[in-house]
Design a protein. Sequence first.
Lengths: 557, 246
Amino acid sequence: MKRLLRLFPTDHKTVGLASMAQGVLFLLVGGSLALLIRWQLAYPGAPIPLVGKLLFPLGNGSIPPHAYTVLFTLHGTVMIFFAVTPLLIGGLGVYLLPLLLGSRNMAYPRLSTASLWLSILGSLSLLSSFFVPFGPAASAWTAYPPLSTTAPGAGQTLWSVALFLSALSSILGAVNTLATVLRKRAPGMDVFRMPLTVWGFTFTAILNVLFLPVLSAAMLLLFMDRTFGTTIFAAAVPGSTAHGDPVLYQHLFWIFGHPEVYLVILPAWGVLGDLLAVFSRKPAFGYRMTVLSMALITLLSGFVYGHHMFTVGLGPLFSEAFMLLTLMISIPSSILYLNWLGTLWRGSIRLDPPMLFCLGMMVVFALGGLTGMHLGAAGTNLYLHDSYFVVGHFHLTMAVSVLLGTFAGIYYWFPKMTGRMLGKGLSHAHFWLTFVPSILVFGGMLLLGYAGMQRRLYNPSEFDFLKPLAGLNRGVSWMAFVLGFGQLLFLWNVVVSWKRGLPAPANPWGAGTLEWLTSSPPTRENFAEIPVVRCAPHVFRGADSSGRDFRSQIEEA
Amino acid sequence: MMTGPFAPPPDLSVHGSGVTSLFWYTTTATAIAFAIVIAALAWFLLRYRAGKNPVATQLQGNRGRDLAVTLALAVTVFATIDAVLVRQSRQTIRDYLGRSPQNALKVEVMARQWAWSFRYPGADGRFNSADDVVTMNDIRVPVNQPVEVRLRSQDVIHAFYVPQFRIKQDVVPGRTTRIWFQAAETGSFEVACSQICGWAHYKMRAEGRVLNSTDFEAWYHGAQERARRQFDPADTEALWGWEWPP
């Protein structure tokens, strides 16, 4: 019985670490799928060396067209729902929130474990689709009907179940987060004394409770169309008895889908805001303005989804309205960005590994954010929609920026989680092998998109106008292989340092936030005594006799 | 215009330059913004790194002046970039999605997994009549004449993408969508599907040709003759066209 209960941990640290392990595992799965996609685009139809025959016996070692559609469908699904979400939100978020707020646990410890298990069950549902006739889902991560409603086999159904469970997991996690932020703050922890990381996870939780129910609804309806023969998303065409509309699904999917982008990047922005302050030895510039900008972006993110549907044919007014709303996001985003620069300005900047990842994220996010303008403008979208320009853009924002922010957080809090430091050399190597290839891979994709290449093509050389792009595609793929290799360094570093890393000092980065008041790793109760907060998260002063230049949040500023 | 291997295919259309010029305006404006931001970042890293600046100046960034400067910069970005994008985009989407001129050649497009069928109304100007010209994966249009296509799908969602005209329009089962374009030069183009529509999505391709009006008329006339000879009113499956509402 006791052993069984250990499968259902209620301590936020155990849940957080388990969720992060799940995230890293699926990051490997999703990353491997990406590399297979890139192999096919570099060498269309060529057998894959070493593992080809094992993975694709039917293709005699090369990827058959149907398998290719499965690869990109699962790559997107796995990365968003089962890699980034558990790693960042269910993992890092659940691990950190009580520590940053000065609490012993999340508000609802059993909800934490329920959220973890729902996500694991979701991922099992997805993985089980490999073993059913016709294989896993193959209608892209967006699964537009009627392609998804008419796909044979159980794969697409299991896919909808997987997303439903993942959505449920996120909703429960978000309720838990909001309750924790509202009820479990240590005495004196006013909302405007919370670290920006907490703000990031809070806004994410708000988006989760608002918009993940929409995804669950879409998945339920898709499930019903596939299983019970309803025709909610089936078009009313002559000769059929259906009365539905495939476009209805797109509205539901993107009402969720666009906030999802912000939902994963908000915590990364929060981490960035805090870490820039710590490594510049200055408070976060314009803290309240930053919080307000994040709030505005959270609000606006619910009103811009229509730009995913510019080409559906809903009329010029639809495009104009959503274009204006979309481009308005540039105002709070600019403020946010200027405040990050303001934090660095006149600071005393230390380039420890977490800071490198933060600075890398700033560069990549600038690229990703600015290329969003080409897509938000309905005029250029006409040409760029569903092209590799889109693929490059959203990977720069919601994949690379988010992962760089997540890595920054992991490098920063690894000493807290394990009591040991990550190896410095490997950390630097990992940074450069992530930052540089990412820009080349996804920058290359922007070029491919500008040259007209559509997404989700098994073999671009079918089209005359894409034939000149073979070399660029090959270059992008090779950079992607380097990027993939770089991530192995991270894994190696984590495994080795966890066991044999240098023991971490009690407060390795000299930060004032509450998590550094307790032991590393923290005890089950986190704090022997609940701390009383007396100042903002980042207060620095001239160094005292012991060289300490910061105030802990329990001290008077 | 950028040329070379990474450039878009040649622009054969009247309106395409609007899309391309907007693309380059956006690229230039955002490149300037990016350069400024990165220059500031690099400058701060050089000037304020711990070795050079051991003690940070404790700025809160909460004073009225800080807020005013930040807000002013953010609004400047919006006014110089976004406002232009909105204005230009409105023109472009109205060009393509608005009403086509009276003299437009009408063409119906039926998309299915994984082919494009095209139907021209013939001399009588009506669809589903004996002189309809029907082609598969082959579209020919006259130069300097507007062409309006209306699109339907037999199965899943597809998207009608013509890179040489800089246009894209989804084809949704149960709906009729439309877009119009006008070729400015003769030459060949490709119609691609840009919405995943199954495993052979990548093979869904039609060959297009922009012909001068003499060549187009010669082809169109001959094709109508052949169509009339082969017309079989009992073959209802071949009559997949539809009347256009006035």
